[in-house]
Design a protein around this ligand. Sequence first.
Ligand code: HSE
Length: 436
Amino acid sequence: MQAVKIGLMGLGTVGGGTATVLIRNCEEIARRVGRKLEVVHAAARDIADQTILDGSKVKLSEDAASVVNDPDVDIVVELIGGYSPAKELVLQAIENGKHVVTANKALIAMHGTEIFKAAEAKGVIVAYEAAVAGGIPIIKAIREGLAGNKIEWLAGIINGTGNFILTEMRDKGRDFDDVLKEAQALGYAEADPTFDVEGIDAAHKLTILASLSFGIPLQFDKTFTEGISKITREDVNFAEELGYRIKHLGIARKTDKGIEMRVHPTLIPEKRLIANVDGVMNAVLVKADAVGSTLYYGAGAGAEPTASAVVADLVDVARAMDSDVNDRVAMLGFQPASLQDTAVVSADDFETSYYVRMLADDRPGVLADVTRIFADNDISIEAVIQKEPDEGQTRACLIMMTSLIVEKNMSKALSKIEALDSIEGDVVKIRLEHLS
Ligand code: HSE
């Protein structure tokens, strides 16, 4: 049988890894698919910089459009990243009747609706397993493995760079910037690393996971996003003392009010398996009605782990490309006509617990004032710790943990607490989830 012909756009960390895995494992892959997967054309910005494809018969080019317009190419692999020109190239590939495999979470989260529509009209497949959690086959797990379930919620560590930074800060007391530089050198960080530390990368991925889980349209603009840039070593240490770890989580949950989609630093009990996912590793915990809780763990970034997902998509596309379009797995798991416009819950109505830390005058009545404000706003306190003032200081550190509350109540309470003369500066607040 004729080989399936692949065009690669991008030969950076993931593109290089993909070419390497396709070459190294070509026999094993052909045994699975029943035909060879052969790279016939590759484009990169500086083609002279790549060495992986030297000596091969692969056409090399510095113009990605030449891959998209190459009549020999059956499947275009987009590993350029970012919104543009990736979007235009992918739409042109679809227009040319080619299947597409992409690792681009920003592209799918922002423009997935338009891209899937164009692909459906042309009868081609767009596959994007590598867009979420690197090498973990989480899209396949949710879309196919859990297809018999109603998904209730999921919580994931879905940005390797952020997890690497939090882990190194906790374990080695390293500086934020120093760890970030290492993540960039190792090829984990986004081209714009603010995407990692401000939570945007995780929000792209969470948007995709929420659509796959609940059969809703992709709505990146409605995903609440908060990064890790304001997390201090002090809070990491206090959390540890209280039996919690601070992780940057993406959470999607179906509630009576609609779907919560949120990405933010979160305290989680240290005894949860997911609390012990460290370094660049990712994990996604999914709670579904029939199966209960399942946990998916693995490398969330890096050349070959991400290539593993790209190549798995190539295998899937090669297996399905000659099938009737109606026999294929829907790109978001739910039939396009069955996507539901379920309400997305606004941040004010999120239900979560909280860790708060404040600097307070060390005198009678201060704690009573604070707890009164919490009580007036329907906030129940589960634990209080007071750290004595440091030598020569008059302010004590007050740490409190709340039970489950509605977020707008916390905002009201904190603005009143911050206005008290006895409280210095802003109150630090970090959401807390028990994930039980
Ligand atoms: N910058 C991403 C991360 C790469 O650190 O997880 C994988 O999407």
